[in-house]
Design a protein around this ligand. Sequence first.
Ligand code: 7XF
Length: 397
Amino acid sequence: MTKNNKLAFSTRAVHSGYDSSSSHGSLNPPIYMTSTFCFDTVEQGAARFSGEAPGHFYSRVSNPTQAILEARLADLEEGEAALATASGMGAISATFWTIVSPGDHVLVDKTVYGCTFSFMEHGLKKFGIQVTYVDFTNIDEIKGALQSNTRVVYFESPVNPSMRILDIEQISSLVKDYCADIHVVIDNTYCTPALQRPLTMGADIVVHSATKYLGGHGDLIAGAVVGQAEMMEKIRLYGLKDMTGAVISPINVFLILRGVKTLQLRMERHCQNAQVIAEMLEAHPAVESTYYPGLSSDPGHQLAKRQMDGFGGMIAFELKAGFGAASKMLNRLNLIKRAVSLGDTETLIQHPASMTHSTYTPEEQAKHGITQGLVRISVGLECVNDILADLKQALDA
Ligand code: 7XF
């Protein structure tokens, strides 16, 4: 059952990419713990290396366990092919190193995950690639910033950590009208394909931190890239094989395949729980602002309704009394874990300015909308009343 788009998402999340009859009827796929693959003849080996014959030859390039995850993610994102990587940063960097050259220009939304920003600011720029950041909620700003040497337009939606919602369809079509060769790359980590499929909205490439909802259990670091088969092959053979070596372990592949089986179920509960938490935060007298697209007051609400199949499990908020009060509140929590990362079964809370987005200088943080008082919650799968009670006792105090 490798490809059957007629089946529902939750069914494909369980079955796609794996045929048990190919593995002694084993319900779950085998974990191929091997670095290399033996050739029947030297000619066969040469043909695999040159790409003339199919088949694996070295696990820095491909591995049968990894291939199952790649087929499944491609199917779920509605892309032609996928590439699994050792981390989200591995996925992002392998993609960029494959596409850009010195002299090229990259256009990025004003706020992205901290290490992605650092990669652009300290990685790409160091190698002669021009990077500019504009507010992608403002279409005119994007129009004004596209250049004849722009190669990649990059953004997240919802944005980590500010929860701004960006219009994938509108941005993609605007960029393609300007120049069809520009690659629109979207980080779909916050949504997963269970809630949002950017390739169906005109994007060219989707990147993921599979560390988050795809894995779903906080026990691994991994990433993925999804898009056209030819581009995925380029990223595999250059960005992954030569430039980053960010190869995923077969054990982590197995864990992600297991996680993805329950992806839709988990995302539904993450969304339900987050909605309740966001409504409580919005009504709480100590809270200045709550950023969650499921709130009808949120500026991204209508767009999120069109673009997403649920509002997700991530919330950001600011306390009226600022950062001092926020840190006291965070330290009072008992059930909710003070930790970065997201998409786990456990509810996690963190302070972006000093943690996930500390790669921005204070001046950059101010410019990019990462305020000192901002707190981010990844709402987990515990009973929502228990999460609510912990948060309320910390806020009330
Ligand atoms: O290399 P990783 O698997 O950690 O993924 C990097 C990454 C890429 N895109 C987005 C939208 C991400 O959020 C991440 C990782 N973010 C974590 C966080 O925001 O909590 C990392 C903790 S410092």
